[in-house]
Write a protein that binds this ligand. Sequence first.
Ligand code: NAD
Length: 256
Amino acid sequence: MKLGGNRALITGADSGIGQAIAVAFAEAGADVAIVYHTDADGAAETRRRVEAAGRRAHVMQGDVGDPASVEAFFAQALDRLGPLDLLVNNAGIGSGGAEVAELKDEDLERVLRVNLMGPVFCCRAFVRLRRQHGGRGRIVTISSVAQHLPTPSSAPYGMAKAGLGSLTRSLSRELAEDKINVNNIAPGLIQTPMTQGRLDDPDKRRQSMERIPWHRAGQPEEIARLALFLASEAGDYVTGQTWTIDGGLSMQWGGA
Ligand code: NAD
C-alpha cells in the first residue's frame, strides 16, 4: 500500500499509536506534519524516523481542543509542506476514573474537548482546505473499543469515543461528493504510554489478558497498518465505517 507524494497531518504523532502511524505513512511515501501537545522530544524522534524513511517532516506544537490552535497548525502545515491530502485524528486523553455522580465539570469538559471536539475542529479545517484544492482526500480517526462498551468510571471517555463513530458516519455523507473518505478505528488495549501503567501492574495485566481472547496487548504498528490501508488507494471504496481492532475484546458476550 503506497501513499506516494501524499501529505498527512497526524495529531498526537509524538507518541504511541500516532508515532507508529507517522512512521508507517512515511515508509509508504507520505510527508508528515507532526502535531504534538507537550512531548517535544517524542515529536523530534518521530521527525527523525520520518526523515530516515526519506520523507519530509514538519513538527508543530498545538492543542486540538483549541480551535485557534488548530487553525494555526493547519496554516503552518500548508505553508511548510503544501496542501494536505490525509488527516489522522489520533490525539486523545484518558478520563480521570470518577463515576458520573462524582464527575467534576472541568474533567468532563476537558475530555470531551480534546477527544471529541478536537477531531471536529481538525476535520473542519481539513475539509475547508481540501475544498480549496479540488476536493479528494482521506480522514482516519482513532476512537476506541470504548465506543461500543460500557466504561464505568470513565463515562466521558466512552461518550467522546462513541461520538467519533457518529461523526464518521455523518461526515462520510457530507463529504461523499468531495470524494473524501472518512473512517474510524476503534482499538482495544494497545501497548503505549497511555496503557503502560496498567500493563506494568501484574494484577491489572492478568485481568486484562484474561479478558482479551487473544491474551495479549496490541502493538501500535498493528493499528498503523489498518490506518495505512484506510488512507491509501486500496481503501478507496470504504467510507463511514468504524473498524474495531481489539484481539476479540469486544466479542466477550457468551464466553466462559
Ligand atoms: P499516548 O498517550 O501515547 O498518545 C496520546 C497522544 O495525544 C500524545 O501524542 C499527545 O501529544 C496527544 N494529545 C493529548 N492531548 C492533546 C491535545 N490537547 N492536543 C494535541 N495532542 C494531544 O496514547 P496512545 O495510546 O498512543 O493514544 C492515541 C489514541 O489512541 C488516543 O486517541 C487514545 O484514546 C486512542 N486509544 C488508545 C488505546 C490504547 O490502548 N493505547 C486504546 C483505544 C484507543
